[in-house]
Design a protein around this ligand. Structure first.
Ligand SMILES: [Zn+2]
Length: 403
């Protein structure tokens, strides 16, 4: 999700709250399965926080949701690092700089701890590189803003290791419409956006439809010659009217196309009240920005955005949520899309600590596994959800590339 500037202030308070409400230990069978299956999480926002407040994630970093010791404890093998840039960084022209600095940060982390981390650029390298207990770090770019209007930057970012791109984030951009924007610009993808998708196909970069408008998701599926992914998208079935979450029809369309929908853990996506508040937040921001434009036009001083944000947060506390909210999403997705088309994309470090009880950090995948086992999922199916499906789609995208 990521509203960038609002993350840091809440982190310390949240980690203290987490310590006080630690979940019970999962069953031994779940811990064993977590360790011997390849767990893939397609959305972890660690790089953004690294730029704002540096920490060595190779060692314990208790005020974050991702660090090496807890990743090992939770059995996490493949952690997609989110190279996130905001709509504002798109507007002010800093997205290219920020994205490259974030990638530098991930490279530095892996270089500092070659025994603990390795960059990952192909699903074929997972077994070889994870030997010895390494946590593998592929890159997923959230928002196509750093591409600007230059198609050649796709090859540049492919060479830097980017293996999926979420075409847009919280606002319409040059490539695509966003689910959060009230007034759409392109009615789906722009003409440039269709060229971007085709070039991503050619290079072997997965097309990520999370955050896109419904029309843009459909256009991405239609344009892409390989399956698409939703790196962190929950289901609108549980949150009516919240376009950020996928409708049943789009969930099925992604699955029929051979793709995979990665269910996030963040409260704002899986809790219906929180989703409604998030939708209202984007409407309020829209109204706030329009009011400021009017003030600016009439030569009056504009209102402070940070003050607006903190007032909003104070008036809309996130509701407490339990893991059941994530499990019902997985159940529904499996029922409609099939067991081969569902995965996980937590959004750890990207949701200001607003996460369900029992799914607070990368140490907690065994809790999810134990809950899936308790619901009757076979271990072979749990392996698919926890990573097998995503690795299959990634390999298909790699095979479809035409270098
Ligand atoms: Zn997001």
């Amino acid at each position: 999700m990521n509203r960038s500037i609002r993350i840091c202030t809440t982190l310390v308070a949240m980690s203290l709250a987490q310590a006080a409400t630690a979940a019970p230990l999962p069953a031994a069978a779940a811990r064993t399965l977590a360790q011997d299956t390849v767990i893939v999480d397609t959305h972890i926002d660690a790089p953004g926080i690294l730029l704002e407040t540096w920490a060595d994630l190779g060692n314990s970093a208790p005020d974050r949701e991702f660090d090496f010791p807890r990743a090992r404890q939770g059995g996490l093998d493949v952690a997609f690092m989110s190279i996130y840039t905001s709509a504002r960084q798109d507007e002010d022209g800093s997205a290219w700089q920020v994205a490259n600095a974030m990638i530098d940060g991930v490279e530095a982390l892996a270089a500092r701890h070659p025994d603990r981390f390795a960059l990952l650029t192909s699903p074929r390298d997972v077994e070889r590189l994870r030997a010895g207990g390494r946590v593998l770090l592929p890159l997923g770019m959230e928002n196509g803003a750093p591409i600007g209007d230059d198609l050649s930057r796709l090859a540049f970012f492919f060479d830097r290791g980017v293996r999926y791109i979420t075409l847009a984030h919280s606002a319409n951009n040059r490539i695509s419409d966003s689910s959060y924007t009230l007034e759409k610009r392109w009615d789906g993808l722009s003409p440039f956006g269709r060229e971007v998708v085709t070039e991503m196909n050619r290079l072997g970069i997965m097309v990520d439809v999370s955050h896109l408008s419904d029309a843009a998701v459909r256009a991405a599926i239609a344009t892409s010659w390989v399956p698409v992914i939703a790196s962190h998208s929950a289901l609108r079935h549980f949150t009516p009217g919240f376009e950020r979450n996928l409708s049943d029809a789009l969930l099925v369309a992604i699955a029929r196309d051979g793709g995979v929908v990665q269910i996030p853990f963040g409260t704002a996506f899986v809790n219906p009240d929180a989703a409604a508040a998030t939708q209202a937040y984007f409407r309020a921001v829209d109204a706030f920005e329009k009011a400021n434009l009017a003030l600016q036009a009439s030569g009056e001083p504009v209102r402070d955005r940070a003050a607006f944000e903190s007032a909003w947060d104070a008036a809309h506390p996130m509701p407490a949520t339990d893991m059941e909210a994530v499990l019902v999403q997985i159940d529904h997705a499996v029922r409609l899309a099939g067991i081969d088309h569902v995965g996980i994309g937590s959004d750890f470090d990207g949701v200001s600590g607003h996460l369900p009880e029992g799914l607070r950090s990368v140490a907690d995948y065994p809790n999810l596994i134990a809950a899936l086992q308790a619901r009757g999922y076979a271990d072979t199916d749990i392996r698919k959800i926890l990573g097998g499906n995503l690795l299959r789609v990634w390999a298909t995208v790699e095979d479809g590339a035409r270098h």
